[in-house]
Design a protein around this ligand. Structure first.
Ligand code: PFF
Length: 453
């Protein structure tokens, strides 16, 4: 895997290394924690269909566009955008798009770290046998008490941030590639095991039909926006994370194939998580719309009942922690790369500075679940505001501009040369999607939500 340290033009050791890193970035809390709870809050099947549609029509083409811009620009997102804009004879202010991404990454990491801290705490709870034979009420009670304990929240948030920054300081080459290589398949196997468990509950059919039988009367403008925003969030798009990783991609690797593989793996993990969780929700008389605590209130019930549940439960939360870590690294990498390459700061100084800033911002989320729970803006607490601002506005807006950039600003010679799609039809399909379809779709959803349409 390429060393993302100070070398500018280093490359991944192989196509597989890029796929691993990009999948590591994409598969994270978004798939296992966020996808099930927002599906629960937005009524199930119809929401899932809109989300899948967004992945195919908007997500995959934009993932190809981001990888392409990164590889052609060969620098951090701010510089890559500037260089390519100049190459195409366009305004160098396109670099501000890189900025938008850097900011989004920093804000997302601030709350991502708090939730990843929950996974860490649950490793300990699981290993100490807290969940054994726990009823749904007891497990729910643990979670409520845990998030209300602001001291514990600060502790776990701090721990996760320290670990993230330690990994980022060393560059992603050491450790992470090996870790992801082994952890991703393990997470996958464990999810299959949980699906197997869910199949044996009475409510398996009910869970499946909640997830896959669409009832379009439950779809509102805001749930379409959430589904679209989640397609960006879960694929790590719209903020330059994939762009940075793409900048280390060797020239001979097929961008389209890798994008399909990453998006496919990501979607599969999310669907498996949902299939494992909803039967448990219904089997235990819980509500699918409980919100961010959903997986922490349901999966431990299963772990508490199954043979070997202490081991599987512990393993699950360890893997969730690693999935979060490989994503959090990519959230901060655009900001780190920019400070190192453009400001000339050392990697250590950059990490201390950025880490402290993100940690501080994260306190807003920490206290959203306790001390400041009543502090709301437009009915949303601080965590919900940050999540909405980033996932539903900044990432889709970033993605829209990336699509416009690659479909309208970059010349066809540039994009054709970089994508190297031998099949002409496939190239035109991509081109039409990024030039017209994706920008129009994001734009329409935005104006629909604003009430103009
Ligand atoms: N894709 C990650 C997840 O699903 O958990 C979150 C994420 C990582 C979003 C990196 C954006 C990003 F740039």
């Amino acid at each position: 895997m390429a060393d993302i340290k100070n070398k500018r033009h280093s490359e991944w050791s192989s196509r597989f290394a890029f796929i691993l890193a990009a999948t590591g970035s994409a598969v994270g809390l978004g798939n296992i924690w966020k996808f099930p709870y927002i599906t629960g809050e937005n009524g199930g099947g119809a929401f899932v269909i809109v989300y899948l549609l967004c992945v195919v029509v908007i997500g995959i083409p934009i993932m190809m566009a981001e990888t392409m811009i990164g590889r052609r620009g060969r620098q951090n997102p701010v510089n890559a955008m500037k260089t390519l804009a100049q190459e195409a004879g366009a305004d160098s202010r396109w670099r501000y798009l890189g900025w938008l991404g850097v900011a989004a990454g920093v804000i997302i990491l601030s709350y991502y770290s708090v939730i990843a801290g929950w996974a860490m705490a649950y490793v300990l709870k699981s290993i100490s046998g807290t969940f054994i034979d726990g009823s749904a009420q007891q497990i729910g009670g643990f979670f409520d008490a845990f998030v209300k304990d602001s001291g514990a929240q600060v502790f776990w948030h701090t721990s996760f941030m320290v670990i993230t920054m330690l990994v980022v300081v060393r560059g992603v080459r050491e450790g992470l590639e090996k870790a992801v290589r082994f952890l991703m398949p393990s997470l996958f196997i464990l999810l299959i095991l949980l699906v197997g468990y869910a199949m044996n509950t009475d409510a398996y059919d009910q869970g499946l039909s909640f997830m896959f039988d669409p009832d379009f009367s439950k779809i509102t403008g805001s749930s379409i926006l959430t589904a679209m925003g989640h397609a960006f969030f879960t694929l790590s798009l719209g903020m330059g994370a994939i762009m940075v990783y793409g900048s280390y991609l060797p020239k001979d690797v097929s961008i389209s194939q890798t994008a399909f593989m990453v998006a496919g793996a990501d979607t599969l993990v999310a669907l498996l998580a949902g299939i494992a969780i909803f039967p448990l929700v219904f089997a235990n008389g819980l509500e699918p719309s409980t919100g961010p605590g959903l997986i922490f209130q349901t999966l431990p019930i299963a772990f508490g009942q199954m043979t070997g549940g202490v081991i599987f439960g512990t393993l699950f939360f360890v893997l969730l922690f690693f999935a979060a870590l490989s994503s959090s690294i990519s959230l901060i990498e655009p900001a780190v790369a920019w400070m190192v390459e453009n400001k000339g700061y050392s990697r250590v100084k950059t990490c201390v500075f950025l880490g402290a800033g993100v940690w501080f911002l994260g306190l807003g989320t920490v206290f959203s679940f306790n001390e400041w729970a009543d502090f709301t803006f437009l009915g949303k607490n601080i965590f919900e505001c940050l999540d909405f601002l980033t996932a539903n506005i900044m990432l889709p807006a970033g993605g829209l501009l990336i699509a416009v950039f690659s479909g309208w600003v970059m010349t066809r010679t540039q994009s054709r040369d970089e994508l190297q799609l031998n099949n002409k039809g496939l190239y035109y399909c991509w081109f039409i999607l990024v030039r017209y379809v994706s920008p129009a779709a994001v734009f329409l959803v935005f104006i629909h939500v604003l009430g103009i349409l």
